[in-house]
Design a binder for this molecule. Structure first.
Ligand code: AMP
Ligand code: GLY
Length: 424
């Protein structure tokens, strides 16, 4: 089978890695890819906004299935476009992509279909938002309605801070957002819960915990994710049952009722309090860096799974997971998540261990004359599995130490919460 993966991050490298392990794979292309995917797939450099060019490449390369990695092309309607051209593509259509593309859409859906989530208000008028803030408890969470590359959410501790953030969003800080969502602050522990979905059924597709804040001890500004591990210790059978019955299934039923059955990866960002799940956000794709740890734990053949999903036959599949733990530590360019250093050479990468239990998934990298350079905020994902989280963590950090990159930094405490409990 010939498969194309769209995207250029650690998530896409991890998807390519897992696809490449399948005997059913004939050809793998990655559009546009990075220096990591270049070693296992054919990178083709096309702008993901240019659907016509993508289509030309897919037909020229005789691609059977397309897997869309990032949210932007999904929100822009790439699935609708390719389906019209009779290309088999795995991901939600433009309407269903609003689950991530519009926080207002997602919150209204939760309200209508009784999915537990933080109480909220949606505003495009500053005075009305101000009144809502004046009547709310602090902290309050201020969110841009549309996609904002992980930068659209601020937890505000004072009324003034909340008003300032609302004003910035309504004044057009994010091109994608003319509306603002104000939310009750939920306390608890976060969990990333994944499902793979087709028109007829869905399957659990792994659990993980991410580390969104840039600083150790979970402080500082939000990032795309500084590291993750899987499985998430907080997930138990009772909680999983609640997640399915109260969140995933009502959402999938709602999308059917709205005339747009969901298909693709569905990533629920949850807050767990007293073993009860609350939906914080939906993402319409795999998580990054969660995908990196999940692809190393997935035992089943990913080509088979995606083949069945795109034929709406997931109900015939059994998805197996390895009984191990996996961790990824994200190596970032200094300055990230603000302005960061670019085009900096990463040395000694070849001395890192790459085997069944240790992988380095590239994100913002490119190759020039056999040297690897950075060109993104999140640059490498040092990923290892082990019999438990401590051994996975020790292997990741040991491998990371072999890399020599003066312009890089990383969090030294990935997994701290779970490891504290593992040691107790
Ligand atoms: P989002 O982009 O909606 O996932 O928000 C980014 C991060 O902000 C989440 O991962 C949480 O850490 C935090 N967050 C968002 N909404 C809330 C909320 N209602 N209560 C507490 N924390 C939240
Ligand atoms: N890990 C966060 C995200 O993929 O959005």
């Amino acid at each position: 089978m010939n498969i194309a993966v769209l995207g250029s991050g650690g998530r896409e490298h991890a998807l390519c890695y897992k696809l490449k392990l399948s005997k059913k794979l004939d050809k793998l292309i990655c559009i546009p890819g990075n220096a990591g995917t270049q070693n296992i797939a054919i990178n083709i450099n096309v702008d993901l906004k240019n659907f016509d060019n993508i289509y030309q490449i897919l037909t020229k390369e005789k691609i059977d299935i397309v897997i869309v990695g990032p949210e932007q092309p999904l929100v822009d309607g790439i699935v609708d476009y390719l389906e019209q051209k009779k290309i088999r593509v795995f991901g939600p259509n433009k309407f269903a992509s609003q689950l991530e593309g519009s926080k207002g859409f997602m919150k209204n859906l939760c309200k209508k279909f009784k999915v537990p989530t933080a109480s909220f208000g949606i505003f495009n008028d500053f005075d009305k938002a101000k009144n809502f803030i004046n009547l709310s408890n602090m902290p309050i969470v201020v969110k841009a309605d549309g996609l904002a590359a992980g930068k659209g959410v601020t937890i505000c501790n004072s009324i003034d801070e909340a008003k300032k953030n609302v004003k910035e969003i309504l004044d057009g800080k994010f091109k994608s957002s003319k509306k603002v969502v104000l939310e009750e602050f939920l306390e608890g522990e976060e969990l990333s819960y994944f499902a793979i979905v087709d028109k007829n059924s869905y399957r659990f597709f792994g659990s993980a915990q991410d580390h969104k804040k840039v600083g150790e001890g979970d402080v500082g500004p939000n990032t795309g994710g500084m590291g993750a591990y899987s499985p998430a210790k907080i997930l138990n059978n009772e909680l999983e049952n609640k997640i399915k019955k109260k969140i995933i299934e009502p959402t999938l039923a709602a999308m059917k009722e709205l005339g747009h059955p969901y298909k693709g990866f569905l990533y629920a960002g949850l807050m767990i309090k007293n073993n009860e799940p609350f939906l914080i956000e939906y993402n319409i794709r795999m998580g990054d860096p969660e995908c990196q740890v999940l692809m190393m734990r997935l035992d089943s053949d990913l080509v088979d799974v995606i083949d069945l999903a795109t034929k709406n036959l997931l109900k015939n599949s059994k998805i197996n997971w390895k009984n191990n733990s996996c961790m990824t530590v994200v190596l970032c360019a200094k300055g990230y998540p603000e302005k960061y250093i670019k085009d900096s050479e990463i040395k000694n990468l070849s001395s890192a261990i790459i085997d069944k239990s240790n992988q380095i998934f590239h994100a913002g990298t490119y190759k020039k004359k056999d040297k690897i350079f950075s060109n993104g905020g999140r640059v490498l994902n040092i990923t290892s599995s082990g019999k438990n989280l401590v051994s996975a963590r020790d292997s990741s950090y040991a491998n990371l130490k072999k890399i020599n990159w003066v312009d890089g930094f990383f969090r030294k405490d990935i997994g701290w919460r779970a490891i504290k409990n593992e040691n107790n």
